[in-house]
Design a protein around this ligand. Structure first.
Ligand SMILES: [Ca+2]
Ligand SMILES: [Ca+2]
Ligand SMILES: [Ca+2]
Length: 191
């Protein structure tokens, strides 16, 4: 077995620590100022949406996560490999909008495969293909796929806006996760 260099060893230690202490509370991403958590379980998209809205953190109601940057997208991948996101083209086929949260009603994708985004999107190859009428956004390993609402095999990502008051933030964990992100980015750059 090849010996790890110091950066790889540090990364392995961080990953081991993170998986041993899987966050049971929402984690802050300083880039957006929002908090995120992956909820495991068996949900179709609509059930995930109402479950997210029923949750509160720091007195703020949650919503199915909206992803508007590559940093936010990568951050979710640290929390879990897959889950529902808050996007849908159920109202108008091929017009993808964020359902809830600050971006509610905002179009993030126009058209099917080969369409365009006015903001940010991370579709996997050949998606969104609307196969058998797929209208709901699913995250898997950093890329997106449109799936049918009847898919129930997944957990989901919940996002919380910052509290309006001055509630303390779980800084330790967020700094750890940001450190991991930084390591990933720097090791990618050095390749
Ligand atoms: Ca968001
Ligand atoms: Ca569709
Ligand atoms: Ca699809």
């Amino acid at each position: 077995m090849r010996k790890m260099n110091s950066r790889q060893a540090a990364m392995a230690a961080l990953l081991a620590f993170a998986s041993a202490k899987a966050p049971a509370v929402p984690v802050l991403l300083t880039d957006t100022g929002h908090y995120y958590e992956h909820i495991s379980g068996v949900f179709n998209w609509a059930d995930a949406q109402s479950d997210a809205q029923a949750r509160t953190f720091n007195g703020v109601h949650g919503y199915l996560a909206t992803v508007t940057s590559s940093v936010e997208n990568a951050f979710l991948g640290i929390l879990a490999n897959d889950g529902w996101l808050g996007g849908s083209d159920q109202a108008i086929e091929g017009t993808w909008v964020w359902a809830d949260g600050p971006e509610a009603g905002t179009v993030f994708w126009q058209g099917g495969v080969g369409g365009s985004s006015p903001t940010y999107a991370s579709w996997g190859g050949g998606e969104p293909n609307n196969l058998g009428d797929e209208d709901y956004l699913h995250y898997s390993g950093g890329t997106w796929n449109d799936l049918s609402i009847n898919n129930q095999s997944f957990g989901y990502f919940v996002e919380f806006d910052p509290p309006s008051g001055n509630a303390p933030a779980p800084l330790t964990l967020s700094l750890l996760v940001l450190g991991m992100l930084g390591l990933r980015l720097s090791s990618r750059r050095s390749r």
